[in-house]
Design a protein around this ligand. Sequence first.
Ligand code: ZN
Ligand code: ZN
Length: 277
Amino acid sequence: MGYGHVRLLAGAGAEERREAFARDEEVLVDAARQLDPGRLRAVVAHWRHAVDPEGALDDANACHARRRLHASVTYEGMVALDGELDPEGGATLLTALDAVQPGGPQAGDGRTPAQRRADALVELARRALDTGEFPDHGGERPHLTVRVDLATLRRQPASPAGELEPTGPVCAETARRLACDAGVSRVVTAGDSQPLDVGRRTRVVPPAMRRALVWRDRGCRFSGCDRPPAWSDAHHLVHWADGGATSLDNLVLLCRRHHRAIHETGHRLRGVPVRPP
Ligand SMILES: [Zn+2]
Ligand SMILES: [Zn+2]
């Protein structure tokens, strides 16, 4: 019997349940010898509900009151999360995280389980924002906004970083990807922060062209990837800021992970012709 087992039994035998525990001790200790701590926890919880339902409700209410989530921007621009959810909230989150990564990792997916979970949480948030069902915020549906100078999109030397609200500066290639057609709001400036294009909530690729692209590509075009269109952005083979056309022969569907791999980590698309601008 390990420490976890002993702790569960000690909790079960607390003062207010001493009589019931003395009566059932043999059965509970026997269960502790045979079960792992997770399954023993369930057995003890069921026993607890049977002998002390009011105490069990008090405990559940105390757990609910302890729920918390801290999310803060670090000096690197990361967002640090720390928190605890009650059983219902936790079950909701775990179910949604599972639902958003169906079938587990694909072959060749080098991400750790923690990285996949982080991506799934971000995907959940993005899908929620994409529905556009949240109340207006200053006349706009809330969504990610990237601010970027045209010189940055064109990779001109000494151009400023892009800016994401509220986490701050992002490197040029991230700004190029977000402006490519990532479905985020973009504010493109030219020099003196003069807004050139305020693409609020409109994708670069018009809906009819995206439908045609989805019909042609069926999902992510990265080799070996089977992510469906809902996971995918339309990527310009030659970026529109470099003169690339927003036309079917200059677009491919890429899932969020592979869109990032192409822009930020220099991966290449196999079997997809890259045309000059
Ligand atoms: Zn792209
Ligand atoms: Zn992909």
